[in-house]
Design a protein around this ligand. Structure first.
Ligand code: GLN
Length: 483
């Protein structure tokens, strides 16, 4: 039963082949048995899951239907869950029980999804390897000595290991797409404003966006349908109707114009990944797509701009964790300043402290214009590059990451080496565009992802291309040994 996709689960439940309660019990037992190897969960919510599963079964018995009714999922542990620990992977919030549900959590619960637990993540979503979590590193089910990617590494590892069919993630600079690539999943970062950020603990507010991680594009469509939509509680949420994503899967790719940026294939890209990306282009050409070389001339400035903007916003967002209002408080503070200093010094890990310092520096008087303002100007140039490219093509295609999953610890001593892994993903966040990563093959037994980018609000187009690709390839069906 653990091999079923969300789409198959919905059919099985509708046909009364099994109940949501039975399925939930099977998956909870599987998590108890296998997750000690992976460490993909921070908290399990067995009681809530069984209660939600029974309620979903009752709703189905009353004639209700729906793709998510009774479907088991998990939430990255930065989505607030009422009365349940919401740690953000940090000692700072180890004792924090959210007083309310995030909009995404509430919407999925209302659709009848069953929450099995909260997944492990890089501390405050800062990282690309899931090694900065206070709860320990997550292992990649494809090779337990390698990282699963980050920051949504727990969601990715759990879905890849078939502990559950799908999970939520968030993507500030690649944290859905990169772990999807490194664990052989399909992951989608929606257009900025498509999914509510209310109750999603902020890292960099102008870049953060929640989205689905699943094995197939078909399942991403189902989960995104439950997550997307206008939310008056989030001032950056956009009041646009949500299309039927599942209905968009079956369009023909005849005449689809695919742009492949020449800058994507420079030094730094593993040549074996380059070859797999070219193979995926050929596959899409067979389905009728037309391929064209394009240029994104400002791409080389994306990493420096992102690593100014994201820390700047983080330094501001994380100022609320002061030992007074919520979360960790140091023992026996001598005075208020001591309380602030030690609560933050003891509650935040080293990567979070590094980013707060970088961000505070970039925003300080005298440096603001040189760093923050300059980075914002680069951000606009990157957006303009994309706008020009989308005048010529419908989709932009390239690698999701320059390398496959690296060994645990391999990049710990050099944060910049890890930052460079974000080279292909962060431009979509800087521009606010939707992006999807899907399985494209293997290098040394480790999965490789191909990334698709589309114009604003064209999530349906991304899912359509990915679904057609997945009907004609079987990379996404491969299962890691032992799981
Ligand atoms: N790796 C990037 C960072 O560390 C992106 C993380 C994310 O998308 N949350 O900032």
């Amino acid at each position: 039963m653990h091999q079923l996709t969300l789409a198959e689960i919905a059919r099985g439940l509708a046909d009364k082949k099994f109940s949501s309660e039975e399925l939930t019990k099977v998956l909870l037992a599987r998590i108890a048995q296998l997750d000690p190897q992976l460490n993909s969960f921070i908290s399990l919510t067995e009681d809530l899951a069984l209660q939600q599963a029974k309620a979903a079964d009752a709703r189905r018995a009353n004639g209700e239907n729906g793709s998510l009714l009774g479907a088991p999922i998990a939430h990255k542990d930065l989505f607030c869950t009422q009365g349940i620990r919401t740690s953000c992977g940090s000692k700072m919030l180890d004792n924090f029980k959210a007083p309310y549900d995030a909009t995404v959590v509430a919407k999925l619960a209302a659709a009848g999804a069953v929450t099995l637990g909260k997944t492990n993540m890089d501390e405050f979503a800062m990282g690309s390897a899931n090694e900065s979590s206070y709860y320990g590193a997550v292992k990649n089910p494809w090779n337990l000595e390698h990282v699963p990617g980050g920051s949504s590494g727990g969601s990715a590892a759990a879905v890849a290991a078939r502990l559950l069919p799908a999970a939520t993630g968030t993507d500030t600079g690649g944290s859905i797409r990169q772990p999807a690539a490194l664990t052989n999943l399909t992951g989608l970062k929606p257009t900025y404003g498509r999914v509510s950020r209310w109750g999603m603990i902020a890292y960099a507010s102008s870049l953060d966006q929640g989205g689905p991680l699943a094995r197939t594009a078909e399942d991403c469509a189902i989960l995104l349908q439950g997550m997307a939509g206008f939310d008056p509680q989030d001032s950056t949420s956009i009041d646009e109707p949500v299309p039927d994503y599942s209905a968009s899967l079956n369009g023909s790719l005849q005449g689809l114009r695919i742009g492949v940026p020449k800058e994507y294939f420079g030094a730094g890209l593993d040549p074996r990944i380059a070859e797999l990306i070219h193979n995926s282009v050929k596959e899409l050409e067979k389905l009728g797509a037309v391929v064209k070389e394009i240029s994104l001339p400002n791409m080389q400035h994306a990493i420096p701009a992102y690593y100014v903007i994201a820390p700047a916003e983080a330094s501001s967002n994380l100022s609320r964790f002061d030992g007074v209002r919520f979360g960790y408080r140091c023992e026996d503070p001598k005075n208020l300043i001591d309380l602030y200093k030690r609560s933050r010094g003891e509650g935040f890990g080293p990567e979070v402290q590094r980013r707060i310092m970088v961000g505070a520096y970039a925003l300080s008087a005298g440096y603001y214009d040189a760093y923050y303002l300059k980075a914002q100007k680069i951000r606009r140039l990157i957006k303009n590059d994309f706008m020009a490219a989308f005048n010529e093509v419908d989709i932009i295609l390239g690698p999701t990451t320059p390398n496959p999953a690296w060994k645990l610890g391999a990049k710990n001593s050099d944060p910049v080496a890890a930052y460079l892994e974000d080279v292909y993903t962060i431009t979509a966040n800087l521009a606010g565009l939707p992006g999807l990563s899907m399985p494209a093959g293997f290098v040394d037994g480790l999965p490789v992802g191909v990334q698709l980018l589309a114009p604003y609000f064209q999530e349906g187009r991304l899912l359509n291309v990915a679904h057609q690709y997945q009907l004609n390839t079987d990379w996404h069906t491969r299962t890691p040994t032992g799981f």
